[in-house]
Structures are given as C-alpha cells and as structure tokens.
Design a protein around this ligand. Structure first.
Ligand code: RP5
Length: 180
C-alpha cells in the first residue's frame, strides 16, 4: 500500500520488518492518514532514504505505540515522523518515549479542519518537543527529516541542494514564461 502511494512498485519501505539500516520511522494514527503521507513517501523515495511506515494510535494502541517508540532508537531509526488528526497526541506521546527527533504532521481530519491537530502538536508543554510542519504537509516532514539526516550524511545533503536548485530552476522558468 505504501509502495502504491509512493507511486512505485518496490521501495525501501516496509510495513512489517525492521531493518537496522532503516533511518526514518513514519507512524500514523490511522490508515485514513495515508493520503497525507503520500508526498512524504515520494520525497523519501526520491532521496533514497529508507523508511518504515506503521499505523499506531496513541489512544487505540497505546501499548504498541509505547513499545515502538521506546525501541525506535535501538532499532536504528534516526528520525520519527508522526501524522495524526484530531487531538493528535501521537507525536507528543512518541516524543516522551524516545530521544529521537519527532516531526509532527497535523492532519485535517475533523470539523476543526486540522487546527486541533496543529495546535496540539505545536503546543507541547516544555520538555518534550515536537517539530511540527503545516497541516497536511507530508512533504515538508520528509524534507525536515532529510535535513536532520544531512547533518551527518553528505549524500542526503547533496539531494537537498539539488532539490533546492530544481525548485529555483522551475520558478525562474515560470517567470521567464510570464515575460513571453
Ligand atoms: C486520528 O484520528 C487519526 O490520526 C486520524 O487522523 C483521525 C481519524 O481516524 P479514523 O477515524 O479515520 O481512523 O487518530
């Protein structure tokens, strides 16, 4: 399913096995969050960053979330991306059980249009930070994870530079097109 969402037949992701080489854990509160994470999977695939996607809910599977987050560092993950809608306590709870950086993706899932999720992630009380991206912005979560990894990985740093250069080229081309 994750491979389908990422738009490819086979990727470095897996819904089952944990590899010591898998760098990013992408957790979500429900399979209904998957569409928001599609750009996240695509960006991680584009940068050839290994990831594992899992469904774990802070309120429906609290024991499983605790087990996953507590063992994430020992299992070789370097960053956790956590997407959730509504009260969105998933990234905050995960942050409390790991020293890994946790990136929250607020999901628009209720009548509050994602503001509930955004505020609950950004308003984490002092002591347990969650780096929160914009509502439904799975791509920025992947880019932020890449920036964290790039501190110690020149290959990923090169991917980020090339990504920025491609964006610049695209905007300049559109600007030139307007002048014609
Ligand atoms: C949250 O509640 C999930 O992260 C999701 O965004 C939202 C709705 O979940 P479902 O009712 O679609 O399973 O826990």
């Amino acid at each position: 399913l994750v491979d389908e969402l990422a738009g490819k037949g086979a990727s470095s992701s897996t819904l089952t096995a944990t590899s010591p080489h898998t760098e990013v854990a992408v957790i979500m509160g429900s399979d209904s969050d998957l569409p928001v994470l599609k750009p996240c999977f695509q960006l991680l695939d584009r940068f050839a960053i290994s990831y594992q996607a899992r469904i774990t809910s802070a309120h429906r599977t609290p024991d499983w979330l605790r087990e996953f987050a507590k063992s994430a560092h020992a299992n070789g993950f370097k960053v956790i991306i956590a997407a959730a809608g509504g009260a969105a306590h998933l990234p905050g709870m995960a942050a409390s059980w790991t020293t890994l950086p946790v990136i929250g993706v607020p999901v628009k899932a209720t009548h509050l249009d994602g503001l509930d999720s955004l505020w609950s992630m950004t308003q984490m009380p002092r002591g347990e930070p969650v780096a929160t991206v914009g509502i439904n912005n799975g791509m920025n979560a992947a880019l932020l994870a890449a920036r964290i990894l790039a501190v110690g990985d020149l290959r990923v740093e090169k991917c980020l530079r090339e990504f920025a250069e491609a964006n610049e080229t695209e905007v300049l081309a559109k600007d030139a097109e307007l002048l014609r």
